[in-house]
Ligand binder design. Structure first.
Ligand code: ADP
Length: 323
């Protein structure tokens, strides 16, 4: 193994820089030349490559986003686009590629390897934590902390004014952020797609809270929730409870930014080393992840097609503590 490329693709996540840094420094440690690719697969097609050294990744472990930039690249979805990308990788002498991203990026990596034989390793980077084959994705812990901090602030206003806040959080089709941040921020209700409750249940619960003397409430709604979205929910709650002043907050992209947490930096550093070590061991077509604190490898095909289930015990905890 002489030359390994690294790129970030899809949605950015805090900790991606720490992962790039770790891949670059692992390469140097093992006598491999690290090559950074700018703007994900687009940079591979446009031949936007840069040879790295240990200093090129100095002072980035504490920064959110990805200094290599990420991009969504339509061309890479076509066999012609992937062939063009491969030609550049071959010309640059790359004999391995580390792709930091989500399941879309892994699909691309898998096809590139299948069609052209370039060994690829996936590193899970997304705040949504929705990738099979790892307990945690890079960026998730930071996003959770951002969400909890934001909800804490909103609660100050909710309690000062007897208001009900519907707070939409990210997570795509998964409720990991909503469930965990909802428990941590003391939400009264948590709505997630994996445990879709009928809207009547929310109304009953709000009614019970009102009867119990509660005058303000925080309801955390996952963006994947299928009740029609926070604005639709807000209309429904106001119709049922004219006395309630309902406010909607969509936390949006603040959840994707910010300095990565300690956990994300360490996770990214571990997975970066694991990705280069896998390539050195002649392993490819897998994603590296952590399960029960141990580094594990999962075939990209499986990482893409399967989904992590929400822990049923955590649902029970939420039921008990959110009243
Ligand atoms: P994520 O990796 O976060 O899931 P996307 O789904 O946007 O983000 O994927 C990132 C990039 O990966 C896309 O812009 C595209 O270049 C590539 N990609 C995604 N899906 C495929 C696919 N089915 N075939 C080939 N490339 C893909």
């Amino acid at each position: 193994l002489k030359k390994v490329g690294v790129l970030t693709s899809g949605g950015d996540a805090p900790g991606m820089n720490a992962a790039i840094r770790s891949v670059v420094r692992s390469c140097i440690f093992y006598g491999i030349e690290p090559v950074a690719i700018h703007e994900g697969y687009k940079g591979l097609i446009d031949n936007d490559l840069e040879i790295m050294n240990a200093r090129s990744v100095a002072n980035i472990i504490n920064q959110g986003g990805t200094f290599l930039k990420s991009a969504r690249c339509q061309e890479f979805r076509t066999p012609e686009g992937r062939a063009a990308a491969y030609e550049n990788a071959k010309a640059a002498g790359l004999d391995g590629l580390v792709v930091i991203g989500g399941d879309g990026s892994f699909t691309g990596a898998m096809l590139l390897e299948k069609e052209h034989g370039l060994p690829c390793i996936g590193v899970p980077g997304t705040i949504d934590n929705d990738i099979f084959g790892t307990d945690f994705t890079i960026g998730y812990d930071t996003a959770l902390n951002t969400v909890v901090e934001a909800i804490d602030k909103i609660r100050d206003t909710a309690t000062s004014h007897n208001r009900l806040f519907l707070i939409e959080v990210m997570g795509r089709d998964a409720g990991f952020i909503a469930l965990n941040a909802g428990i941590a921020a003391g939400a009264e209700e948590i709505l997630i797609p994996e445990d879709q409750k009928p809207i009547d249940q929310l109304m009953d619960s709000l009614e019970n809270s009102g009867r119990a003397g509660k005058t303000s409430s925080i309801v955390v709604v996952s963006e994947g929730d299928k009740s029609g979205g926070v604005f639709e929910l807000s209309r429904a709650v106001e119709e049922n409870f004219p006395a309630y002043e309902v406010k909607v907050t969509v936390l949006g992209h603040i959840q994707r930014g910010g300095k990565p947490s300690c956990y994300d930096r360490v996770l990214a550093s571990r997975l970066g080393v694991a990705s280069v070590e896998a390539l050195r061991d002649g392993i490819s077509g897998v994603m590296v992840g952590v399960r029960d604190q141990k580094i594990v490898q999962t075939p990209l095909e499986e990482a893409i097609s399967k989904h992590n289930a929400i822990d049923s015990n955590l649902l029970k905890v939420a039921d008990i503590v959110t009243v």
